[in-house]
Write a protein that binds this ligand. Sequence first.
Ligand code: SAH
Length: 800
Amino acid sequence: MNHKTIKVGTRGSNLAVTQTSWVIETLKNRFPDTEIEMKIIVTKGDEIQDIPLDKIGDKGLFTAAIEAQLLNGDIDFAVHSMKDLPSEFQKGLKLSKIPKREDPRDVLVLKDGILSFDALPHGAKIGTGSKRRLFQLLEHRPDIVPVPIRGNVETRIKKIVTEGLDGVILAAAGIHRLGLGHLITEYLPIEMMLPSPAQGALGLQFKEGNEAIELMLSAIANDQDDVCVRAERSFLKHTNGGCHVPIGAYATEHGGQLELSAVFGDEEGKVLYRVKQKGTKEFPEALGKSVAKEMMNHMNDDREEKGLVSLVGAGPGDPKLITVKGMERLKACDVVVYDRLSSPLLLDLVPQHAKRIYVGKAAANHAMPQEEINQLLVDLALKYKNVVRLKGGDPYVFGRGGEEVLKLKEHQIPFEVVPGITSPIAGLSYAGIPITHRGIVTSFHVFTGQFKDGESHIDYDAVSRLDGTLVFLMSIANFKNISKALIDAGKSPLTPAAIVSSGTTQRQKVMTSTLGQVHEFEDIPSPAFFAVGEVIGLREELSWFEKLPLFSKQILVTRATKQSSTLTEKLVALGAEVAALPMIEIKRVQLDDTQLQVFSNLASYSHIWFTSENAVQIFFETLQSHGKDSRALSDKKILAIGPATAKALMAYGIKADHIPSQYTQEGIIALMSTEVSNKSHILLPVAKDAREELEHYFEKSCQVTRVNLYHTVMPEVHVKGKPLEGLDFITFTSASTVNHFHEMLVKNGWHLAKNTKLLSIGPITTETLVKHGYDNIITAQSHTIDGMITCLQGVKDEAL
Ligand code: SAH
């Protein structure tokens, strides 16, 4: 290093100075003999303090003055908050690889006494000068009143008191760097509040050609953060984003795979798109560009033409009863407008970037008036390409779908109608009642049982002469009056009658009686319909849905979200009502050099034993990031602990050579102790927290290398209400789910109901439950998901 004092330029704010001091300290640790001096430079952004940033609209606001000094040699390099740096800066200047990044998230600092985001009162006043923060916040809480504020971190926090705000949103990085972390009320999750591109990163800028400085700065670089920030900045550059539009981006890198999530919107916040793509760490700029391209396509598509509005029938409740066409429309939509009757699970089909608008009745609020919904659809069609209006049952059966399309027609907006299975048809089928039956009835009739101003519109004389099946929708309030009127008009009081409530769902309840005895029907949960006709008599013989082995059983699944689907699907198919409360999350570990060597030196292993699906997936992804594939394992004996792991291997073209008959580590020991010799070298790709039995046992007879690929952590739990109430079963598929579940219970002071049974996949999981003091445990005999299902059915037959 030369002996001249190096000059570092920075803005003069407290934060900028702290950041720069950190860089100087870090450099001095590496180069103790070098003199480094800070030079404070006042920028235009520092001079104008009282105008919100988006109103100024000058991209180089905080950097131009500093860049000028870099170019004329007054300073050797500059430290910027990377997010202040425009995506293109002055010619002749360069950015070094970035040093370790601070926490990229945004945080809420709330007024004393408000303990969380969820606890913010209706119409809370939140200070922020950023459209990115504002519009993302409004997605979750449309009632929030934004207050534009500016100034440095300390000033903004003070404004909570001086301007009577309920809180402010700020970048975690700034607060941490200033040592004010204790003031943070809540960290906003990245998915909810995508940060500004490069948030938390420092930009070290210098003059092109200054190799000495470049070399020195690269010594404190962090490669992983560098590729992520490059992807984020490339996105920013290719969207031409500035302060006046909401724009956010965040990238992560694991085992060579780069994933970039981004959000982008228009100035007024009418549209806010989210896009996510994967790429490789070698080409971060390409990933940023590709995400920007997808985003721009969305925006342009919208501006050019009017969108298509699809009125889609959601079916009666069971989410699987949607049509294939309806499902396709949901999967491809940019916005969905839905109400109470649709199954919430259908919303899982909607792409992540799409907007979801609820117009039904929530607990205390009223539904949006029909006129407003009609207008909303018109407005959305002018902004989005694919608009789905999702309606319970069939859109035209008492669904006011006709009014919606008339309005669209009036505005020349293209539309289509995708019919749905209507509730009278589906509800009766699931109740075991054929709506027509040869030799019994020759027609069916569907009425609304809702009367205008209390007056019935039905011609009971005519209706009572019909021999068809009669179904009255929306009739909970009126079915007694309807029965009486039918009997008065001549229908026999002995005619069978039924109520079907929440038909086709796990809450389905069917009551049967006769027209003369309908006063027996009580406590009817909505939605429900009233049916009259001889076909109801067939229910006794033809009922099937309620006879499913787990019908109406409430089961909580605690597996990691990604893995819970098989179990959930199987339980639902057997009639259970399933709730998910994921108690583990799989996190990859950052592999160190010795661990990575395993992948470059695979030749030395004779066996690879996989003890979980996760291990298979992460092992092969890491293998691929080393430029290899399954062929690298052609000479190895492969073991899978059980069928699910074997299936995961098949996805990579590998058929396991060994599967023990007991799917446990002990099962592996029993099977393999005679298969290995002192020449064998076993590779064990496992979870960091996996047991050590296998190594301990086999190390006695051969060589064993364990590589920890991932670990299981406790996810953040967001539960509303009382998640454990009324549960029949809770399923546990590993010891770590048990540990985390127990931790959650203790933390929240929750208790299990007496009748709740705990279903465990195998002996180790059971042991962990016992260790924490739980009883009421059932252990699956075969330690697989199917084993658990078989076990549940057995318990149900015997004891429930
Ligand atoms: N378009 C819908 C009906 C809307 S009117 C359809 O085609 O099904 C709303 C009425 O439908 C409710 O009052 C109730 O009578 C009936 N309904 C809807 N879903 C139901 C369900 N799962 N079980 C029983 N009745 C249902």
